[in-house]
Design a protein around this ligand. Sequence first.
Ligand code: SAM
Length: 220
Amino acid sequence: MIKSKAWNWNMVADDDKYWNLPAPEVYYLSENWKSKGFNELLDIGCGLGRNCIFLAKNGFVVSTFDLSEKSVQATTQKAKEQGIEFKDIRVADMLDMPYPDSSFDCVLAMNVISHTDKLGFDKILNEIKRVLKPGGEAYFTVGSKESYWYNNPDCIYVDDYTKIRVEDGPENGIPHFYINDDDCKALFNDFEIVKIQNVRELTAYGNFSPHYHIWLKKSR
Ligand SMILES: C[S@@+](CC[C@H](N)C(=O)[O-])C[C@H]1O[C@@H](n2cnc3c(N)ncnc32)[C@H](O)[C@@H]1O
């Protein structure tokens, strides 16, 4: 299994607009999960805190972690300034989540759990299943094999799903796991599928960034 590597958030401005506004899907998820009576929420890989702070403000009891110390410091500081308290926030690795079995009604991971290889991805899916309560749900994104980066010959091959990005930015040297439609059908058999979408987003850098948005449920 490839070694985990945190983002270098020192290369991103603290007030960067993209990383400070909640992901659009999170507004809908917040309503959907509240309507199901979900309360205990885990945000894997908090980054600069855009999603976990929004969800805590919306009444969820939020635990979160990130491998990056800078992420955890920045998120803790922002939450404090906004009068938000998390149930738990700490530095941790998603390969080995520091929570007991069946702790959460819902788990969110926006642009996080693809930072590993195939062995790591399988382990993280098991971890998500372990920490979810029966009937709980997970929503996460995974890069598509149609992506520019998956097909870039400068990126370093790890396995048929995984490339290490070589770039002059915060993701330099970080593994990325990519999937296609067939992989979607094969990888998530341990869960019920709520919804899977293939989203092609035009980025600020002028290229399309295709991601799968995966919404799963742990059976009761
Ligand atoms: C693209 S950022 C997304 C941050 C946040 N989820 C958001 O949407 O704003 C990916 C985050 O995952 C974290 N990360 C990468 N590998 C990790 C691991 N093994 N365990 C926990 N966090 C990790 C990085 O440090 C970074 O903060």
